[in-house]
Structures are given as C-alpha cells and as structure tokens.
Design a protein around this ligand. Sequence first.
Ligand SMILES: Nc1ncnc2c1ncn2[C@@H]1O[C@H](COP(=O)(O)OS(=O)(=O)O)[C@@H](OP(=O)(O)O)[C@H]1O
Length: 413
Amino acid sequence: LQHPSHYAGHKGHKVEERGALSDNAPPNTPIPSHTAPNRRKEVQTPNLQHQRDPNGYTFMRTRRSPPPVAFLKTHKTGSSTVQNLMFRLGEKENLTFAFPYYAYQFSYPDRFRADFVDELPPDSSQFDMLCSHMRLDLGQLKQVMPRNTIYITLLRDPLQTFESVFSYYTSTVPAFTLAKKAADAANRKSALSVFLEAPESYWDPTEPGNGLARNPMSFDLGLSSQEWNASWPMELTQLEEAFQLVMIAEHFDESLVLLGALLQLEPEELAYVHLNVRAPSDITPLEEDTKARLWAWNSLDVLLYNLFLQVFWEKAEQYGLGRLKREVALLRASTQRLRQKCVARGGVPPGELEDLVRPWQTDTVTILGYEVRGNLTIQEEGLCVRLVLPELQYHTHLYFQQYGHDMRSIPTD
Ligand SMILES: Nc1ncnc2c1ncn2[C@@H]1O[C@H](COP(=O)(O)OS(=O)(=O)O)[C@@H](OP(=O)(O)O)[C@H]1O
C-alpha cells in the first residue's frame, strides 16, 4: 500500500511529535500498557483484554450483529463521544474495524482514498465499522464498506464548532497561528477576535493545513468549503441520500435514540459521557458582533447545518415525537445509572488523571477527563474504563486487538 500522507497525525500533530506510537514516548504519552504482550507485566491500569469475551458485559444479551456502520467523524462536534460508543459496540460484537493504515486518521486533510485503509484481517470477510477522522470522498468510502452499510455523521451549531476548532487548533492550523501571533504582537487577548476582524488576511486557501480554517464541517464532508459553487446543490443532495442519519449535537440524546433505532440498540448501549470537553476557562464567550462575523465567515457551514437540522426533525417526526421523548427519557435514565456506577469524578484536569484515561491535550486548551470509581469488580472496571477512554487510547487498544501489532507511525519524508 502506498500512503502519501505527510501531514498531521491525529489532532493536527505529527504522530512522531506526540510519540504516541513509539517506545521512546514522552512520559505523559497515553499508551495503554496492555497493547503489547511484552509489556503486560508492567500493567498497572485495568487490562482491557479481560473484556474480549463479550459476555463480560453486564448488559450483554444475544442478538444478531448490527449492520455495518460508517461514522464520518467531524471535527469538534462531539464526535469522540459518538466514536467511543461505536468502539464499545464494535468491541462487544467483535466487529472488524476499518482502521487507517497509518496512525489514527485517514491521512487527514487529504481527501479519503480506499487505500488509506489498513488491510482486511485474514479471518474477516468485510469491514463492519469505520469511525476515524477523514475528509469524505463518498465514492472511495463506498469501495471500502459493504453495500448495506449505514452512513451516519454528526453536525454541531457552526458558531460553537468554529470557536472550538479555533481554540483547539490555534497552533496547528496556519491561518489561526498567524492570527495568534498578530494578537500577541498587539497585546490583544482574543486571537479569535483578531482573526475574525480580517480572516482573509490570515487565510491562504491553497495551504492544505487550512482546511479547518473556514467551514470546517463542510470541509470534513468533502464539500468545497471555501465558497459556494454550482456543484453544492448536487453534492448536498448526494449527502442527504447517502447518510441515513445526520445527528445534531444540540439534540444529542434525540440523535442517539434515532441511531439506536437504525442499529437496533438498547438504551444501555447508548449510554455515554461527554468526551473531549474543554476546560470552561478555555471557552471564548461569543459577543453579538463576534457571532455575526463567525456566521459570515462560516456561511456554508450555517447552510449545511440548517439543512440537516431540518432533515433531522423530519426524521424525528417520522419516528414519532412522543415515542422519541419517551425513549430519550429511557436513554437518560440508563446513562445516569452507568455514570453513577462508573464515574467517581468528572471534569478532571489532565494532571490528575492516569495515562490510560488522560485525553490528548493541545498547547492552547485543556481537555478534561474522568476518574473511574475504585470499588468495581474487574468486569465493571473494564466496562467503566471503556466508557471514559479517550479516542487515542481506545483506537490503540482496538488496533492492537485486531492486528496483533501496534499502529504504524506516519513516515517522515
Ligand atoms: N454529547 C455531547 N453533546 C454535545 N457536545 C459534546 C458532547 N460530547 C462532547 N461534546 C463537545 O464536543 C467537542 C469535542 O468534539 P470532538 O470530540 O468531535 O473533537 S475532535 O475533533 O475529535 O477533537 C467539545 O466541545 P468544546 O468543549 O466546545 O470544545 C465537547 O465538549
């Protein structure tokens, strides 16, 4: 397989910089120690291999496997929370994941290609689940996934999404980095405000690393995210036809109920905690003029979001609003039960978390995590650790489980 990826590893950082895959990783690098057999003696954190038997799950029951699923993981929309749910489901059902050949994402921000996917394991006849970051190319994705795949994705209010993208990727998206330098030079506190006053002056649309700098959700969905063009209506129609469900972060629980209906899941299987949450002090409150500028700069994302918000409520009405409300209540109750059972403390700063459950941090934001309760049986511990397990750690674990070797780093040229 030829993989021309040279750009970022997950979250805009080269994997080598993070060292997450190498043995000489910095001390705070979150490598689950269970991932390599020769490291097993050093295991201090729960060994996730205990839970390979699906019957280890307390709410496990027998039923047929869910249909294949491709979850297009959009940036900063709550997608790690959905991905964690998919990972738990896939692991429990012993599904085969379509993982990137290199690292954690499909050569982002290159447009997806079928050969970005690692090979099908010898004992599998098809990929059942795909949920890593990519820039969508529907035709290429369909080459990888079976014909009966259910395609889903998640959108969030475009203003909140952009604010989150900006703060998380200030140091990795070139346009944002330039604005931050200008803000520092002018002794201004908010780099976001500085950027929005004259975004075009920081933004080079030919720079591949600037994909997230304007209309980030449209970019992830493979649309032309720089300006409206004549192909947009047709591409939107194609997306609407291809995606059975476009979830909406502002209606997350309703979205999960519709997802559960598509995949025939029980409320217990939809229980979740919010992952990848920023410290409140890192969130920039949006004044009215900032909102107007965000809206203007990300007008294609606004259009995309509004369209799929409408589609979402049409689906909700077809499902039945009363039924939806009842099932949201059931989902919230089961989520509440699981959180009470599993979580000792939420909103925990990274310095107070063990490596296994510490989310990846960037140098501009603090991402909070969860501390799991101490008085659990080994089976409960396996379930609870998975519930709060950050993306990189869970990806690493599942990749090793599927292939028997660690993930490859992105080659340096
Ligand atoms: N369930 C649910 N509902 C609504 N919002 C949620 C949910 N779970 C996570 N979040 C918020 O989503 C932001 C993180 O998004 P992602 O996980 O997609 O980020 S990433 O692209 O994978 O890094 C991050 O937003 P910010 O805190 O504004 O940065 C999370 O707080």
